[in-house]
Design a protein around this ligand. Structure first.
Ligand code: 5GP
Length: 170
């Protein structure tokens, strides 16, 4: 598979993002809310480099994608939303494609009474999202291709790659 973003570039960018996030929140408490499963590797690298005093972590499973095609529907475990009332939330996502998932999720968090909601995404298909979702901290813009690696899968495979590759491209 063709490598789109190599391991060294990812690690450099994650360190920069960690510094940006630390500066943005300062001493303000916030919840680093990881969207499973795809963001797990990005989140682990990022989280340990932020070093902000008031930071806690939680995880949520959202599903909107099946195989290589979006199902157009977002499922949020509704019972969990009440925990987020009054908190500053930093959503940590693997990739923003159409923006549907995070559009629905940020609205659900705001409706549940979150104090603030910001988004950190490792990747963005910029031409597809097209401004629908505003990303406060972005790792890399990418073209409209299906990618795997660094936590991102195709039917649960290839999550272990240390780089990002275009699926099925030589
Ligand atoms: P959106 O709702 O923004 O269209 O889709 C977001 C979700 O779709 C991501 O969290 C991810 O699970 C999945 N997704 C979108 N594009 C890709 C891709 O190129 N590769 C992988 N592995 N997942 C993707």
């Amino acid at each position: 598979m063709k490598i789109l973003i190599d391991e060294a570039a990812i690690q450099r960018r994650v360190t920069e993002l960690a510094a940006d996030i630390r500066t943005a929140y300062g001493a303000e408490p916030f919840l680093f809310l990881v969207v499973l499963k795809g963001a797990f590797m990005f989140a682990a690298d990022l989280f340990r480099r932020i070093g902000a005093p008031g930071m806690r972590i939680d995880f949520i499973r959202l599903s909107s994608y099946r195989g290589t095609h979006s199902s157009g529907k977002v499922e949020i475990p509704k019972g969990e939303l009440a925990h987020f009332a009054g908190q500053n939330i930093l959503i940590v996502e693997d990739i923003v494609d159409t923006g549907l998932t995070l559009e629905v999720f940020t609205k659900a968090l705001t409706d549940a009474g979150a104090r603030s909601v910001r988004i950190c995404s490792f990747l963005e298909k910029t031409t597809v999202n097209n401004g629908r979702v505003k990303i406060d901290f972005l790792g890399f813009p990418i073209p409209d291709k299906f990618v795997v690696g660094y936590g991102l899968d195709c039917d649960e495979m290839h999550r272990d790659l240390p780089h990002v590759a275009v699926y099925n491209e030589e």
